[in-house]
Design a protein around this ligand. Structure first.
Ligand code: TXA
Ligand code: MG
Length: 325
């Protein structure tokens, strides 16, 4: 785990305008001092991320919201009380001082108070806000371990705090509270229903999204190997026939039973949504590096707790069909 000395070193790196990768309970973040534009610029360079994709500012507690947002509506207070610290990001109207690089030039800012012990220790010791996207190259699978981060960035990110495997395993739920009605921008482990229960009103479905809203890129969270999602019986059929044609096939199964096919790479994912999400990105990375021509993915169940998982899998699979041809 992470020592006090490592936290102090990471804080020194942040103060000097450098990058620090750190664990949160969702995924690892690639952080920089949110009030230092030169430092924030390094995040975009390291990730290969377009500048119009705004970043989440991570803060130690809800009191610090006032430093970044010019208003905190009642709904935001209610959600903060219920879900912070935790895997929830809120979009609020930005305070004037917030850098355009962080907001992508929008009038809003994304704020999150993470619960992870190491993230909390870092944010408290640093004192300010840490702008951090997920610690992966743009469009790729998020990192849920320090090892993933090191493999993703190598020497480009010198400071990686190792807080073990991220608990939740998929990115935070994002809710927009800057408009007339709260809207869900990105599904996550905290479900729309849970948010609605706390808010006491239904969430708006976001309109045809602005280009900067999250998740508008159909192909995101994607392994390099083409990936297709389908129901279990069909998956076994396809795995069998592709293997016979000499294709190397990798499978992420859940309930399907492994057929006896030579050379088939088979990963059995957990049955329940929480452990499935926890392992998801590590499993996708494992399948992606197995040297296969295609990854076949068994459809996860319907149901609210699978909604965010399905969202990520659909994005990972987008565009894969053409690639297989
Ligand atoms: O769980 C998480 O949210 C992780 C950890 C590290 O906190 N972070 C994360 O960051 O997933 P990132 O950059 O990979 O995804 C954040 C999403 C992006 O799609 C971005 O467009 C959106 O949040 N976003 C940031 N600021 C926004 C804003 N002001 N308005 C709308 N969307 C915003
Ligand atoms: Mg990301």
């Amino acid at each position: 785990m992470v020592s006090e000395r490592e936290i102090d070193e990471a804080v020194a790196v942040l103060r000097a305008g450098g990058l620090v990768a750190f664990p949160t309970e969702t995924v690892y973040g690639l952080g920089a001092d949110a009030s230092n534009p030169e430092a924030v610029r390094k995040i975009f360079a390291a990730k290969g991320r377009p500048h119009d994709h705004p970043l989440i500012v991570h803060i130690a507690d809800a009191v610090q919201v006032a430093n970044w947002a010019r208003e905190m509506p009642g709904a935001a207070h209610a959600l903060a009380r219920k879900f912070w610290p935790g895997p929830l990001t809120m979009i609020l109207k930005r305070a004037p001082r917030v850098n355009d690089l962080v907001t992508g030039g929008q009038d809003t800012v994304a704020l999150r108070v993470p619960a992870h012990r190491v993230a909390q220790a870092l944010l408290r010791a640093f004192g300010g806000g840490v702008a951090a996207p997920s610690a992966n190259r743009f469009g790729r699978v998020s990192a849920t371990t320090a090892e993933h981060v090191r493999r993703e960035f190598g020497a480009a990110v010198g400071c990686v705090l190792d807080g073990g495997a991220a608990d939740v395993g998929i990115e935070s739920t994002i809710v927009d509270l800057s408009g007339a009605r709260p809207a869900l921008l990105r599904p996550g482990w905290i479900t729309a229903r849970q948010l609605e229960a706390t808010l006491g009103l239904p969430l708006a479905v976001p309109e045809a999204q602005s280009p900067r809203a999250p998740g508008t890129l159909a192909k995101h969270y994607a392994p390099q190997t083409p990936l297709m999602m389908m129901e279990g019986d069909l998956l076994i059929e396809l795995a069998t026939s592709l293997s016979r044609q000499g294709r190397r096939v990798a499978v992420l199964a859940r309930s399907a039973r492994q057929p006896l096919i030579e050379g088939l790479v088979w990963v059995a994912a957990p049955q329940d949504a929480a452990p499935y999400a926890h392992d998801l990105y590590a499993n996708l990375r494992r399948l992606d590096t197995a040297g296969c021509d295609v990854i076949l993915l068994e459809d996860p169940p319907q149901g609210a707790e699978w909604f965010a998982i399905r969202d990520r899998l659909n994005r990972a699979a987008a565009g894969a069909q053409e690639n297989l041809a």
